[in-house]
Design a protein around this ligand. Structure first.
Ligand code: GLN
Length: 250
C-alpha cells in the first residue's frame, strides 16, 4: 500500500452516544491505521455543532440510551442530516451502532405518541414493543460482498436493545443471525447495509472483536480493496473474536 494516506474520522456526540464503551471502536480504527503508517485524524461533533459532509472518510454514531437519543435526534435533523446525506452520497462510510443505528433510520417509536425522527439514510423503522429487551451475545454472517474469496465473514458481539428494527422494502440486512436476537427477535436479520452506510446492534465493542471488519471499513473509507492493507499480527485479536463467538455458542 502506498504511504502517506490519511483516515479522517468524525465521532458524532462522542460524550452522549457512547454506551458500552463503543469508543473502543474508534481506538481500533486509530491503532490499525497507525500500525500501518496511515495518518489518523479524529474529530468530534456534538450538540449544536455543524457537520461538514466533505471533511471525513468515516462518520461514527455509537449506541445510547433512550434519554440520550432524545437529546441527539433533534440536533441530528437540524444540524447534521444534510451533511450525513452528502457524505454518504460521495462514498464516505457512515457507521451506526445500536442507538446510532436506530437514528440512521426513518424513525424510533418510543411509545404511544412519542417517536423520534431519524435521518432516513437507511430504510428502517424501530419500534419499542411490549416484551423483554433483546439482550445477549450475537454471531452473524455477512454476505460475500464483505469478504475475500469464499470465506464466511462472521461478526460476533453483544446486543442490548428495547427497540425492534424493521427493514423497509428498500433495505438490505447487514447479515443473518447465527445466534442471538438481531433486528427484531424473529426475522433472522441483523443490521442494515446500503453501500457505505452500515447499521448494526452489535456492541462489544464491535471492532476489537472483529478486526477483519475494522479493516473492511478502513479500506473502503480510503478507496482501497481489503487486500491492499498491510497484514498485521492479529493473534490477540483473533483470540478475542474466537472468544466472542464461543460466548455466542458458535
Ligand atoms: N436505547 C435504544 C434501545 O434500547 C438503544 C440501546 C443501545 O444503544 N444499546 O433500543
Amino acid at each position: 500500500m502506498s504511504a502517506s494516506r490519511t483516515m479522517r474520522v468524525c465521532a458524532l456526540y462522542p460524550d452522549l452516544m457512547n454506551i458500552y464503551a463503543d469508543r473502543g471502536n474508534l481506538l481500533v480504527l486509530q491503532h490499525r491505521c497507525s500500525w500501518r503508517g496511515i495518518d489518523f485524524q479524529l474529530s468530534g461533533s456534538g450538540l449544536n455543532d455543524a457537520l461538514d459532509g466533505d471533511a471525513h472518510d468515516l462518520y461514527y454514531l455509537g449506541g445510547g440510551q433512550d434519554r440520550d437519543q432524545r437529546l441527539c435526534a433533534d440536533d441530528l435533523l437540524a444540524n447534521k442530516s444534510d451533511a450525513l446525506h452528502q457524505a454518504a452520497a460521495r462514498g464516505a462510510i457512515v457507521l451506526g451502532i445500536c442507538g446510532g443505528y436506530q437514528l440512521l433510520g426513518n424513525s424510533y417509536e418510543l411509545g404511544p405518541g412519542e417517536a423520534l425522527q431519524g435521518v432516513g439514510l437507511v430504510d428502517v423503522a424501530t419500534v419499542r414493543e411490549p416484551g423483554p429487551r433483546l439482550i445477549g451475545n450475537v454471531a452473524m454472517e455477512l454476505g460475500a460482498e464483505f469478504g475475500a474469496g469464499d470465506r464466511a465473514m462472521v461478526l460476533a458481539g453483544f446486543e442490548n436493545h428495547g427497540g425492534r428494527t424493521y427493514l423497509g422494502s428498500d433495505a438490505r440486512p447487514l447479515g443473518r443471525v447465527l445466534a442471538g436476537h438481531g433486528n427484531d427477535g424473529h426475522s433472522g436479520f441483523e443490521g442494515v447495509w446500503r453501500r457505505n452506510v452500515i447499521g448494526t446492534y452489535l456492541h462489544g465493542p464491535l471492532l476489537p472483536k472483529n478486526v477483519w471488519f475494522a479493516d473492511w471499513l478502513i479500506a473502503t473509507a480510503l478507496g482501497l480493496g481489503p487486500g491492499e492493507l498491510d497484514a498485521l499480527d492479529d493473534a490477540l485479536e483473533l483470540a478475542a473474536h474466537t472468544g466472542a463467538l464461543r460466548a455466542a455458542g458458535v
